[in-house]
Design a protein around this ligand. Sequence first.
Ligand SMILES: [Zn+2]
Length: 176
Amino acid sequence: MTPTPPPIPGQNPLCRTCGEGALIKRTKFRMSGPVVAIGFILLVPSALGMLFGALMLILTGTYSSHISASGEREIRVRLAQQEIPEPIIAEVASGKPVPGEQLTPLTYPQRAAVHDAQSSLSAQNVGAGMAVGFSLFVIVASFVGGLLGWAAYYAQASSRVCTMRSDCSSLLGEQT
Ligand SMILES: [Zn+2]
């Protein structure tokens, strides 16, 4: 490590407060070095994470609407093969519960087919919901990570300090 050379007044701007001292730039470490480094390192993956999460959300939306459309078709075909009445098929396909009195005239295999269709449909919805939840989690986590990284990085603010009077420095405030 090389020692920092003493500031030469001629090379630094004159203090505007007292007009005598020179202003030297001093970097304040409000956070410890590693925290700042981690913060800076965090910025890149968090930006990528937010982008990735948004992309995943779009893909999930497109994919699940595609899947549910084809799943609905498949359910309709399967139920129609069991010769289940159309009103019940429509209710199952739209995800609505089928009233018990509509199920009573059905045979056992027909009821089993209705039950299978309902559970596969709800499994699809749970899957899509989980994918959306995961995407949102990635976005929020990346955003929080980025925010923390940003905060840690910018907590290291540089200020100008007067060489003549120490009370000037406090008047100057912080400049980046
Ligand atoms: Zn001064």
